[in-house]
Design a protein around this ligand. Sequence first.
Ligand code: ATP
Length: 292
Amino acid sequence: MKAVKELARAKINLYLDVLSKREDGFHDIKTVMHTTTLSDEITLSQNGTGKRCVRLVADAERWLPTDQRNIAYTAAMLYMERAGIDAEIHIRLKKKIPVAAGLAGGSADAAAVLRGMNRLFGRLMSDKLLLSLAAELGSDVPFCLLGGTALCYGRGERIERLPEGLSLSLVIAVANEFVSTPTAYSELDRLYSDFSGKIEEHASELDSLISAIRTGASVEECLYNIFEDAVLPQCRGAARLKTRLIELGASAALMSGSGPSVFGIFPSDALADAAAEALRAEGVVAHSAKSG
Ligand code: ATP
């Protein structure tokens, strides 16, 4: 049986601002996303039974759904539906990206399944078509399909790619706290009065960040995430982790997405490895990673 393997890479947000609340209840955001080497591993294989179905086995530290509630499952079904394929697809998901942590683990899995399905079936779909399927699956999925570094608008699905070459030594750590993304948005609405009259106060950080990415200058001074205002006052563990990353030698630390993951940028891979090890010894879920 032919099998293909794909890595599903976690993203971090180097910059994340919420610009407005839309009439449909969603928010318009502006974010710079960056993929890392912290990855789930996805193996796909097919049985030509003539019946369209997906069997998903998840190897994860915590329970994950293995039916249509798992976005990797939905991505495989959507691909078969659009390509007119009836097959039994086996997905093995080895989960390493912390779940519900602001690292887009689910979106990365969905994107990896789309890539893998297209390899398995001899590239039936163009890159453009795959991107449109990705957008149907979720707002972060198109970015996860492309990877690298990109400025994303709208709900995150409108993508302007930025030059490659940014090479960061990272520690990604997750506090043992739960953050509900809808609650984090509601708290932002409360803090910023539904964004009425809010101007882009942090636009200069974004300009500096993009220029640093283009020129290869350091990005540490230009990081920003508006969700820190809404989440860190409640998630004291995530706030402490930010401080701890700096104590351990990070030149900058920021929450990713709506948290509770926090990443630190270190001067070298060796220092990042040592810091991740120190955090794990303190009982924290922590991974060293690189730009990927
Ligand atoms: P984002 O950064 O895009 O907001 P996240 O990292 O916060 O995403 P995920 O790890 O993608 O969140 O998980 C969010 C929810 O999606 C979880 O509650 C989980 O049960 C569900 N889920 C469905 N499929 C998956 C998957 N393949 N991996 C992880 N979570 C999944």
